[in-house]
Design a protein around this ligand. Sequence first.
Ligand code: ZN
Length: 106
Amino acid sequence: MTNRKSELETLRADLKARLARYEAHQRREDGALEKDFEEQATQTQNDEVVDSLETETRDELSQIEHALERIEHGLGDSCESCGEPIDPRRLQVLPYTTLCVDCAGD
Ligand SMILES: [Zn+2]
């Protein structure tokens, strides 16, 4: 459980760093992503990709925050939907999950 918590905290830090890079890109603070693209059209396409990556990362981040909150409250090992314990092997593979395999449907 302590391992899972620190794993999630590491993951959270990674995602925050990634978000900061996406945001810098969107504000054109970082030219690194641009230099390979010659056409304005490609740049726009790239913006859309970064946009969707950013949305994805935000979703992941809020999932992690949520899982960490449940761990803080001592609920990290129980399914949020049915209250049954979550299989530890599942938590190992998906440390940010808050649902058991039955409720998640995967
Ligand atoms: Zn469940």
